[in-house]
Write a protein that binds this ligand. Structure first.
Ligand SMILES: [Zn+2]
Length: 282
């Protein structure tokens, strides 16, 4: 907004200045010339406003209302840990979200909202999946499609084509079906252990290129292994990704876009899930 007001002020001062000068002149030809110049000045100012989208400051980004982001890992029966939900629970979560009028958004939309105040649909939320499990395409994707939702799938590339994990073709298929494919490191080493450039190349740069080649699109989003981050890593990741996702830790005060909060969707009833979504995000 600041840029907008400065431009408007400059334009108005210029118009005022021209108007005052004109009143002292009697030469009609000169007046025409000055009016044309004023019009040019206005159109140049308008072009500057349109061409340079106004970016929110870090403080403005932090002030914005958070969008609830869910994070799923395993979807299978017979497990009783916080990282797993049964296929029935998973289906019940998406039925209630759909019935309650929630609309899924993708990381591109969240980025445009946080940085440029782009509008979001009513009751927005985001669905994310970590660790490239095969059930993300066999169980999750059909459920999302049933309710017209889209999700973000964060891939650790070491597992590609391995048993119980997504194959190259399946990852490409998710991207082709309108979901977002993001990176979750090469083999799940936490960023706090990236002590030199070798780690950055192995865990971030090489797998990012590999994934981009696989899906034929840029990979602009990162999910931190174990949700763990530090300032130094956030600063580095900011050079390579539009947004990075943590879990329920506090956001970094300088890099809020590199520390987007997510809640692990627990194996609970759909009603409790909605309650947690409301209480966990501001
Ligand atoms: Zn993970």
């Amino acid at each position: 907004m600041k840029t907008y007001y400065i431009l408007i002020s400059i334009t108005l001062s210029f118009i005022l200045f021209i108007s005052c000068s004109q009143s002292q002149r009697n030469n009609a030809q000169n007046e025409d010339l000055q009016i044309n110049k004023t019009e040019d000045a206005i159109s140049i100012s308008m072009e500057s406003i349109i061409e340079e989208p106004i970016e929110n400051s870090v403080a403005e980004i932090i002030e914005k209302k958070e969008v609830p982001v869910l994070c799923y890992h395993r979807i299978e029966d017979g497990r009783s840990d916080v990282y797993s939900v049964s296929p029935d629970q998973f289906a019940s979560h998406f039925k209630i979200l759909s019935d309650s009028g929630y609309n899924s958004i993708l990381p591109d939309e969240l980025y445009a909202y946080l940085k440029y105040n782009a509008a979001l649909p009513e009751k927005p939320f985001m669905i994310t999946f970590d660790d490239s499990r095969t059930e993300h395409i066999t169980i999750a994707a059909p459920q999302l499609e049933k309710h017209n939702f889209k999700g973000a799938f964060f891939i650790m590339t070491v597992t590609n084509n391995k048993k119980n994990y997504l194959s190259h073709d399946e990852i490409a298929q998710l991207a082709n079906n309108g979901h977002t494919v993001g990176l979750h490191s090469w083999d799940h080493v936490m960023v706090t252990k990236y002590t030199d450039s070798t780690f950055w190349k192995q865990q971030v740069l090489d797998p990012q290129s590999k994934l981009e080649e696989m899906i034929g699109k840029p990979v602009d989003y990162w999910a931190y292994p174990n949700g763990v981050y530090d300032r130094e890593a956030a600063e580095q990741l900011d050079k390579h990704f539009k947004l990075s996702f943590i879990l329920m830790a506090k956001r970094d005060s300088l890099y809020p876009l590199q520390t987007i909060r997510r809640m692990i969707a627990p194996p609970v009833s759909p009603e409790r899930l909605i309650k947690s979504m409301k209480s966990n995000f501001n």
